[in-house]
Design a protein around this ligand. Structure first.
Ligand code: ADP
Ligand code: MG
Length: 316
């Protein structure tokens, strides 16, 4: 199967057809008709052996290649619209492409995101997805904007994806159903698109947790020119994580990425409003600290706590 047959078979058959796409896959470029005054644009590349183990099931790779971008759009409080994909593949395995496409399109369809173009070439396995989203009536969220005394929240639970990776590497043994749960969180993260949109005009700053809470909250603090005090004992953990806590400590929850939850700050007088909005969506959010001081100060309840690992960095 050559490049063109492959595109026709696996990438041209999406059920979602957006009315604002004038020309999708099949021409030299796609044409869209934006309804919004402001758009957000983001891209993320996943490289086999770097971002996911080569043995990862292709459906999970497809899911994750879009999920990481949806998460970036979510952290801006925007609505995802259109995606493009640059794919390099060592071989055109039809089974691999079919499963990869199912994982990608299942998530794309859920958010009514249309794949409108891309490029396909032979090479080492890598998937670069670009996602374009619309900003609503309010301005979008950013990492800047956190102010003294704002409350710091995170969505969902942290550290599950890190434990999933440790399960894959054999560094941590977990019995079922915890093992499957950690792997699901690693391979099929659920981007917080609805939450991001709901808090867009109420939160003061936001980021998605891709590199670890310590590093990503650090980005909010740096861009906002503030410090923070965070209580590690308040960091939300899943039941499965709690069963491993005595063996793995807080590190996977504070210092490893891939959870794709949101970390955001809210002025105290908006806290109950934001908590109500999240509750209405059925998304758990937890207050873990407060903006203030110099740098990020961690505590464990009343005691000081120190973070050893600041998260993953390429080229380090
Ligand atoms: P060109 O050579 O003009 O760049 P291509 O042959 O690369 O065109 O691509 C043909 C069409 O298929 C284009 O519309 C392109 O956007 C689309 N396309 C190629 N690869 C992908 C992919 N992986 N996902 C979605 N669309 C793709
Ligand atoms: Mg091309």
């Amino acid at each position: 199967m050559d490049e063109f047959a492959l595109i026709d078979t696996f990438f041209k058959r999406q059920s979602v057809r957006r009315a604002d796409v004038v020309l999708g896959i099949g021409d030299d470029a796609a044409v869209v008709r934006p309804q919004a005054r402001e758009l957000v644009v983001t891209t993320d590349v996943l490289v086999g052996g770097v971002h996911f183990p080569e043995s990862t099931e292709p459906g999970a790779v497809g899911h994750k290649s879009l999920a990481v971008n949806l998460s970036d759009v979510a952290s801006m409080g925007a609505t995802p619209l259109w995606a493009t994909m640059c794919l390099t593949l060592p071989e055109a395995s039809e089974d691999w492409l079919r499963e990869f496409g199912s994982g990608f399109f299942e998530l794309a369809d859920r958010y009514e995101v249309q794949l409108i173009g891309g490029d396909t070439a032979s090479g080492p396995l890598s998937i670069a997805v670009q996602l374009i989203g619309a900003v609503g009536d309010s301005t979008c969220l950013s990492r800047a904007g956190a102010a003294e005394n704002d409350l710091i929240y995170v969505s969902g639970t942290l550290g599950d994806a890190a434990l999933g990776l440790q399960v894959v590497n054999g560094a941590v043994a977990a019995p079922e159903p915890d093992r499957s749960y950690f792997l699901q969180r690693l391979n099929r993260p659920s981007p917080r698109v609805e939450l991001g949109r709901a808090i867009a005009s109420h939160a003061s700053a936001a980021i998605d947790i891709s590199d670890g809470l310590a590093a990503d909250l650090g980005h909010i603090c740096e861009r906002s020119g503030v410090g923070a005090v965070v209580d590690v004992s308040r960091v939300p953990l899943s039941d499965g994580y709690r069963r491993c806590l005595s063996r793995v400590g807080w590190g996977p929850a504070t210092s490893f990425g891939d959870d794709y939850e949101l970390c955001f700050t809210v002025a105290p007088d908006r806290a109950s409003l934001v908590e109500g909005l999240a509750g209405g969506l059925g998304v758990p959010i937890t207050r873990i600290g407060r903006v203030g001081g110099d740098g990020i100060k961690w505590t464990d309840g009343e005691r000081p706590y120190s973070i050893h690992d600041q998260g993953y960095r390429h080229f380090r």
